[in-house]
Design a protein around this ligand. Structure first.
Ligand code: MSP
Length: 635
């Protein structure tokens, strides 16, 4: 059977600009589309905009322009946003497209002709925000549970779709297809709705009240209701009824939505399809809601988070990673910039960024500038990477089939963490000192680079730009050909490929709650101190100091006691215990300020202060690139 995959997002209302909620659904769809494409599936990914209805007409009137001008403008904001977020939708549908309008009318006519649409009177509570009627029971304290606004009371003659006629069929269908609506909590929610008798669905609006909609083909005084119009996009986007895309993709259709529009997708849509003689979609996949700092995102609260702001500030892949990692699919999640920065620094700058930079730096330094051949494999030492990688690939595949993208990322990060540990435990820098262990060193380097290839391929759907950079650094010229199938077996990285060190993939971000967060493409620039005279500078006595002994200060987790030689011996105490081991310090020549007033640190007197700066791995000591004279003045 041909491997095909069809994924849709909701078509977004054009009454407001895109925010992270829209970005989340669309990026999840993109990750899925990229993943299935890389497995060789013929894939169709549809998104677009929903442009008819009361609230669009209202928003256009407020902006003082026609609905068409208004929808053109906002729809373009959505359409143009997606490529900026590396979203690879195959088509962008608008409900104002002519072929969509034609098909909606054809379906209405068919359902009308077979007697499933009738004319009747209705009185009820209407929420413009949701574009639907609510029963009294559904209202909470008389208000719409979603918008917390009182609904309008409306009394109209309208056309109705006999949804009630399909209630029993739908219950049976959901029971026979346990994963039709997933995760399970949303399936249960739909089944709970269906325990009450379904009312018929009012599918028209009189033109006397609303003209911004699709004309009913059988009554020119009415336009169709937005949901009847909007849901059909999922098939008009495939050129229903005669399109080859419809035949190919509809049988495997996957809809992706948030919980806010569960009822239209879980109840209206399958019954509409049934009435129109079209088979139901394959799965409805429902995710939770992004709140912001624990509150609902809303224009009035002024807490709407714009995707491009985050992308510009922190980089696209960091943004994509955060959204996908921080939301458990199906549950709500709360966005905060602080959590965002923390996640970026720990998972990206520290874990993944460090792994790539350390591995490639060591490979270049110790292995020549090429991928070395693994000639000295010790299964009990190296098996851990190979086994973890194989397990991770299998786990990621399961997670994708369950849409648990956050879990897939957790599994990949487990592999990253085990690889970082592999480096620390194998200490390649020590092997490098012994020419007799070259083959072993090269094997370790190979294992690291092969793991990077596997990690690179695994993160590709999530962070396509960064993944490509990782793969290029390890010599892969055509990263697009590194598909999931190429990492099922270990050893696909060819020895001899030319390595290139790249810039830091994920620079650390400094963030303080008070200040605006600062994106650091370079290391953060601490403010420069006021000018001083040369004479003032001359007061600081800097010397080349040789470290004779080093030992941690008892009970301190970062202080180190150093005996130094500056022509005379003395003791200094420095806060470098987290960054250096005592044995690595002895013998180094460093720079020390020798005329600072002595001070006591954890009971040990320090007569001087060494100089150091920040590096990606922590502190790094200021030292010399030729052997300096011990005690020499630093000027
Ligand atoms: N036009 C209808 C959908 C018609 S589909 C046939 C609509 N539009 S919407 O602009 O309101 O989009 C709702 C969808 O946007 C949600 O289902 C979800 O995909 C996304 N999100 C909007 N706000 C969101 C959050 N705060 N959190 C997560 N996703 C959210 O409803």
């Amino acid at each position: 059977m041909e491997k095909v995959y069809y994924i849709t997002t909701p078509i977004y209302y054009v009454n407001a600009s895109p925010h992270i909620g829209h970005a989340y659904t669309t990026i999840v769809a993109d990750v899925l589309a990229r993943y299935y494409r890389s497995l060789g599936y013929r894939t169709f990914f549809l998104t677009g905009t929903d442009e008819h209805g009361d609230k669009i007409a209202e928003a256009a009137a407020k902006a003082g322009i026609t609905p068409q001008e208004f929808t053109d403008r906002i729809s373009a904001q959505f359409r143009d946003l997606w490529p900026e977020l590396s979203v690879t939708n195959d088509y962008f549908i608008r409900t104002t497209d002519k072929n969509h309008v034609r098909t909606v009318q054809a379906i209405l006519q068919k359902v009308y002709d077979q007697g499933d649409i009738y004319f009747g009177h209705y009185e009820g509570y209407y929420c413009v925000g949701c574009e639907r009627f609510y029963t009294e029971k559904e209202l909470v304290d008389g208000k719409c549970p979603d918008h917390q606004t009182p609904p309008l009371h409306r009394k109209e003659s309208n056309y109705f779709f006999k949804m009630s006629a399909y209630q029993d069929w739908l219950i049976q269908y959901i029971q026979d297809h346990p994963d039709f609506i997933r995760p399970e909590r949303y399936r249960n929610e739909v089944l709970a709705f269906l325990r009450e008798p379904l009312e018929d669905l009012c599918i028209s609006r009189p033109k006397s009240r609303l003209t911004w909609g699709i004309d009913l083909p059988f009554d020119e005084n009415y336009v169709t209701y937005v949901w009847f119009d909007a849901l059909i996009n999922y098939i008009t986007g495939l050129d229903y009824p005669d399109g080859e895309n419809f035949r190919t993709f509809w049988p495997v259709s996957q809809h992706l939505i948030a919980k806010d529009i569960l009822k239209p997708h879980g109840i209206y849509w399958p019954t509409m399809l049934k009435a129109a003689g079209i088979e139901p979609y394959r799965n409805l996949n429902v995710h939770g809601y992004w709140n912001v700092d624990q509150s609902k995102m809303s224009k009035s609260l002024g807490n709407v988070v714009k995707p491009l702001d985050l992308k510009d500030k922190y980089g696209l892949d960091t943004f994509r990673y955060f959204l996908l990692r921080d939301m458990v699919f199906g549950l709500d999640s709360s966005f905060s910039e602080e959590a965002f920065v923390q996640r970026a620094n720990s998972d990206l700058a520290n874990d993944l960024g460090n792994l790539v930079s350390r591995s490639v730096t060591m490979a270049v330094k110790y292995g020549g500038e090429k991928v070395p051949a693994p000639t000295d494999i010790l299964p009990e030492e190296d098996g851990i990477l190979q086994e973890t990688a194989a397990r991770t690939v299998a786990e990621v595949e399961t997670c994708f089939s369950e849409l648990a993208l956050h879990k897939a990322l957790i599994a990949i990060w487990e592999l990253i963490s085990i690889t970082n540990k592999y480096i620390v435990e194998r200490e390649p820098w020590n092997l490098a000192k012994d020419p007799g262990r070259k083959a072993r060193l090269e094997t370790i380097i190979y294992n690291l680079l092969e793991t990077l290839r596997i990690v690179g391929v695994l993160v590709t759907p999530f962070m396509p730009g960064s993944a490509e950079k990782i793969l290029r650094q390890i010599g892969i010229v055509d990263p697009a050909r590194q598909t999931l199938d190429t990492i099922r077996t270990w050893g696909g990285l060819a020895p001899g490929l030319a390595l290139t060190r790249g810039e830091s993939l994920f620079p650390r971000i400094t963030y303080s709650k008070e200040e605006q967060p600062v994106d650091t493409n370079k290391p953060p620039l601490t403010p420069i101190k006021p000018e001083i005279s040369y004479e003032d500078f001359e007061k600081v006595d800097l010397r080349a100091a040789k470290i004779l002994e080093a030992e941690p200060v008892p009970k301190s987790n970062k202080l180190m006691k150093l005996k130094i030689d500056i022509g005379e011996e003395r003791t200094i105490v420095a806060g470098i215990g987290k960054d250096y081991k005592a044995e690595d310090l002895v013998g180094k020549t460093i720079v020390v300020v020798v005329n600072l007033k002595p001070t006591k640190l954890m009971g040990v007197e320090s007569r001087g202060m060494l100089l150091a700066t920040d590096s990606e791995e922590g502190l790094t000591l200021v030292s010399f690139d030729r052997s300096a004279l011990t005690g020499g003045k630093v000027r």
